[in-house]
Write a protein that binds this ligand. Structure first.
Ligand SMILES: Cc1cc2nc3c(=O)[nH]c(=O)nc-3n(C[C@H](O)[C@H](O)[C@H](O)COP(=O)(O)O)c2cc1C
Length: 213
């Protein structure tokens, strides 16, 4: 199978990580891939805080848990009370992705950059998990102070955080995807149709659904 397709197909969200840090050279390339993502009018109104410092990470974890307890949502409060809960799944590297809060397109750009990070990481066998519940870090005054410490520009909002590290334990099984959301909207009898994961010539004219393997 084509290597890029293989990497995309095999990426899964990893929620258990080894202690071992990822190599700087690979992190560097992963971040280059992030900023090479397409972005509207090449404005690049995004920001990436790469965090590996254990002291800072510990403070982020404690503030996140505190904010989860106080956010008024039972789901988050009960998770924060669980002694085994770790907001970043013990990953040794965390990337906070933020973007200009007034620029809706920058937020799409940042999501595309995040996907590049996940795919580039997977190409090095580095596991990843994209998270948005991480937004709770900034929900208190302590969190806002740490946002400054993380170098996030004023007026930039949380898009997601990405946990990076080497996977601990078994690979998760792919969660089911609904294939019905893909439609081949072709009526030309000689159109190429997607079928069984391959592009195939169809002599039958338009078809309603698409099957992927
Ligand atoms: C916008 C977005 C927000 C997510 N937030 C979280 C999160 O807060 N915590 C988490 O563990 N996973 C989070 N995920 C990961 C999804 O749960 C995961 O991608 C989905 O279940 C599909 O599984 P897969 O990534 O292994 O294919 C998020 C994914 C996306 C795209």
């Amino acid at each position: 199978m084509n290597q890029t397709v293989n990497i995309i197909k095999n990426r899964r969200s990893i929620r258990q990580f080894k202690d071992q840090q990822i190599p700087d050279s690979e992190l560097q390339t992963i971040m280059e891939c992030a900023i090479l993502a397409p972005n509207a009018m090449n404005q690049q109104k995004w920001h990436f805080s790469v965090i590996q410092n254990k002291d800072l990470l510990l403070r982020m974890i404690n503030i996140t848990k505190e904010n989860m307890l106080n956010c008024g949502v039972e789901f988050f409060a009960s998770r924060a009370k669980d002694p085994n809960f770790h907001p970043y799944y013990h990953a040794p590297t965390i990337i906070f992705v933020t973007a200009d809060e007034k620029n809706g397109l920058a937020q799409i750009d940042a999501a595309l950059a995040a996907q590049n990070i996940l795919i580039a990481a997977n190409s090095y066998n580095i596991g990843s998990c994209i998270m948005t519940s991480t937004e709770l870090l900034f929900a208190s005054e302590k969190g806002k102070a740490i946002k400054k410490e993380m170098g996030i520009p004023d007026g930039y909002t949380h898009i997601c955080a990405i946990a990076l590290g080497y996977q601990e334990g078994e690979s998760p099984i792919a969660r089911p995807r609904n294939k019905e959301v893909i439609r081949a909207c072709c009526t030309n009898p000689s159109s190429q149709m997607i079928s069984s994961g391959k592009i195939e010539a169809s002599g039958e004219g338009g078809r309603d659904g698409v099957q992927l393997d």
